[in-house]
Design a protein around this ligand. Structure first.
Ligand code: COI
Length: 353
């Protein structure tokens, strides 16, 4: 990868000194700088790091009307030695360009994504929390900027990276309702891509579930609502009779999660049998009736490992004692230990700054 020197304009009014590192929420605070690049006439240009600030888009910009937008979520950590590591950004880079291809957007070159991210993080080192469960959340995204209301791929785009110190997405165990009517993704659709619209479309069904006392939904397949897919914005794992089962990716309706992939590897190394396959809601309920359904949890970059205390299918409610969970906490501790440098990174997942 060639080295590119990206021009930097320093923020003369940094907010870091007034930021309270003990009050870290998810996605609320952003660092002092951002990376910006423009795509015009078939090439990336105007790459720069500059003070974090609102920017102008034309009211007719394609992204505002037709949702041509994609994003990624990545995390950087400061370990006990003060070293900064980024968790598997190469995987997010690949997925970003997979999402771009599906949304008919240009590919982002590796140097722009990776070096841009590293140079930006390097500048913002002091913003990286060193507390357990906290990290620097990295949000690369791309939007279509053609000022044109015709429905066709934009010719111009903006790629940006913003950063924010973040705590866990779901601090408390979640109550989940199995979705029976609405759909997150359909075969042939954009469910495997990190397209903004996937997330916008989830808001209404989740709000309905919240009105019934749940935090999130467990998405099921679009056709029959028989197979489980994802939980909220995370991949989902079930522990049934000592075995771990997670929905497979083959139908294109489940996001190819980086934490999902890492979790499968770690769990297998811990000695668990992990199956990636179609999983019926009825199979889960049968297992529960027989006393074999032991755990269910979400895995994702923002969420890491999220415990689930209740899963309900219509009137049938399955409760889990989160203090008695074994697999989910073991996985969470392993991921945290790896990120903090307490165990050997044998797969070279950590990219040092
Ligand atoms: C992530 O885990 O980084 C995600 O993309 C979920 C996000 C929508 C908060």
């Amino acid at each position: 990868m060639a080295t590119h020197s990206i021009p930097v304009t320093k923020n003369l009014h940094p907010k870091l000194a007034s930021f309270d590192m003990n009050q870290i929420a998810f996605g609320k605070n952003f660092t002092d700088h951002m990376l910006v690049a423009d795509y015009e006439n078939g090439e990336w240009k105007n790459v720069e790091i500059k003070p974090y600030a609102p920017f102008e888009v034309d009211p007719s910009s394609a992204v505002l009307h037709y949702g041509q937008t994609i994003f990624e979520g990545i995390k950087a950590f400061k370990n006990e030695k003060g070293e900064v590591v980024i968790f598997r950004p190469d995987q997010n880079f690949i997925r970003f360009n997979t999402s771009a291809a599906r949304m008919q957007m240009p590919q982002v070159p590796e140097w722009l994504f990776m070096e841009g991210m590293k140079q930006l993080i390097d500048l913002e080192r002091a913003w990286i929390p060193s507390k357990p469960d906290a990290s620097l959340y990295i949000r690369p995204f791309m939007i279509a900027t053609d000022p044109f209301l015709g429905v066709r791929p934009s010719n111009s785009y903006k790629f940006m990276i913003i950063l924010g110190p973040s705590g866990p997405y779901h601090a408390a165990p979640m109550k989940i309702l199995i979705e029976q009517q609405y759909t997150r993704a359909t075969p042939g659709g954009v469910g495997f891509a990190k397209n903004g619209g996937n997330y916008g479309a989830s808001l209404y069904p989740v709000t309905l579930a919240q009105a019934k006392g749940y935090d999130q939904v467990l998405w099921t397949d679009a056709i029959e609502h028989k197979y489980v897919e994802e939980v909220g914005m995370m991949n989902v794992m079930f522990v049934i009779d000592g075995k771990i089962i997670t929905p497979s990716l083959e139908r294109g309706t489940v996001l190819k999660g980086v934490t999902r992939d890492s979790s499968i590897t770690i769990l297998r190394e811990m000695g668990y049998e992990v199956e990636e396959r179609n999983l019926l809601v009825s199979e889960i309920i049968e297992a529960h009736k027989k006393g074999l359904f032991q755990e269910v949890f979400g895995v994702g970059t923002a969420a890491v490992v999220s415990y689930i205390s209740r899963l309900a299918h219509e009137e049938y409610v399955m409760d889990f004692d989160v203090d008695a969970l074994k697999v989910a906490p073991a996985l969470k501790n392993h991921l945290n230990d790896l990120r903090m440098g307490n165990i050997v990174d044998k797969h070279n997942w950590l990219v040092k700054l």
